[in-house]
Design a binder for this molecule. Sequence first.
Ligand code: HEM
Length: 454
Amino acid sequence: MKTVTSQDKIPPGPKHRFLGANASLKFYTNIAGYLKDKQKQYGDFVLLKATNHPIYLINNLEYVEQILVKESKNFTKGTGYQRSRVILGNGIFTSDGEFHDSQRKLINPAFHKSRIEEYYKTVAFCTNDFLTKWGNMVAENPNIDVQTEITRLFIAIIFNSMFSSDSSEELIDLGAYYTELFNSANPFLLLDPQRAIKLPLPSVKKFMKTKNELDFKLRELIKKRKKEDTFVDLDILNMLMHAESNEGKRMSDDELFDEVRTLFVAANDTSAKVLTWALYNLSQNPDAKAKCLSEINTALDGKFPEYNDYQELKYIRMCINETMRLYPPLWMITRTPINDFFLDDYLIKKDSSIFMVPLFFQKDERYYANPESFIPERWTDEERKKRPRLSFVPFGAGPRYCIGESFAMFHLVIILSAILQKFDFKLHPKQKVEISSSMLLKPKYGMTMILEEK
Ligand code: HEM
């Protein structure tokens, strides 16, 4: 093992400490913009100093592979995730080490490809229901804030997939309100969440009150199901409740609760952002939209997409991939080394932060010609093979890659096809579109579209 010496190289970077300096304002108001400036200035490996905390900005794909895949055991997800446990709990998204690995083993079967067919019924039911409601809304007023509507649809899908008939309209309303407040809860981005939740601000109080209500409801649902102890519904909660380790141990009530709220947060907002951006991209690219419609006509012949149609909807999948290339919801992936670590001759200090930004390497000219353009044709098997694997990581990579990837891709393709089949849409002329790089990459000013039922 390599040891620390005075010869160890230090990556280039700004001399000033950016927290506390003017630069910090840009860091907080436009984090992605700040990091992009530094990458342009200093290259693929940059050292940023924040008070006494080094941050390494890494855009070199070999190093990214070393950190996320080959030597992943040497890293935790980082201080940001540890701190956010006060809001998200200690589920598999935020936990580390042996606890994470054993929870992941227990949860994996609930997201195995074979389970997707079961979840299809829920996806179809919720989508039909929502698209009928959208039809009624459009008849009254064709201007629809698609980001809000789509988020609600994904909340309905994840709650129904987790709790089957125990899910309710009231729970979906509460989940939607929680998500809205979570997305606008800026103090959580600026401060350590453990401190932020104690701030005497009306916005924080409202968020915490809603969070406590939602937590209470989720605990009640788990309690009810445990009392019944049936395995009738093949939903996610039942899969988690009955999952056993090699030693025959099941999750405790607290562990179940943490995993349920983790899945709720991880599943709905990410997928909703992708679908919102996909509609935006198609509204701006009529040729791609026409190709989608032609594929849908041939594959579906007027019927609602069925489970087996997924394989046939290749161009739709390509549009989803191209959307996630341009707008990866988790636009930055972070890690922290458990011990001092070396990338070639560069020393990466223990407990420092490493920022890897898919938003940058997925738009890097070295891998993508015309990187800012929406070109779904990049996603044929042939084109894909020409690029390094880690030049596209919207679902992460290595042992901590997204557990819900297959589920996410499946429902995105089915729902986008169903929307295209039922509605025509265009961007509202007054809608300004810019990205906001808060926790997730979202449209800064919402996404109002004019919908027309076919
Ligand atoms: C398009 C939608 C989605 C995107 C872009 C996405 C993206 C990601 C990414 C990038 C990670 C890895 C984070 C890291 O390494 O630091 C991740 C992890 C995770 N995702 Fe997703 N996700 C999506 C949908 C879902 C869905 C539908 C679910 C559940 C039903 C889900 C559950 C999770 C969980 C539990 C983890 C943590 C896995 C672990 O650490 O072992 N995600 N996701």
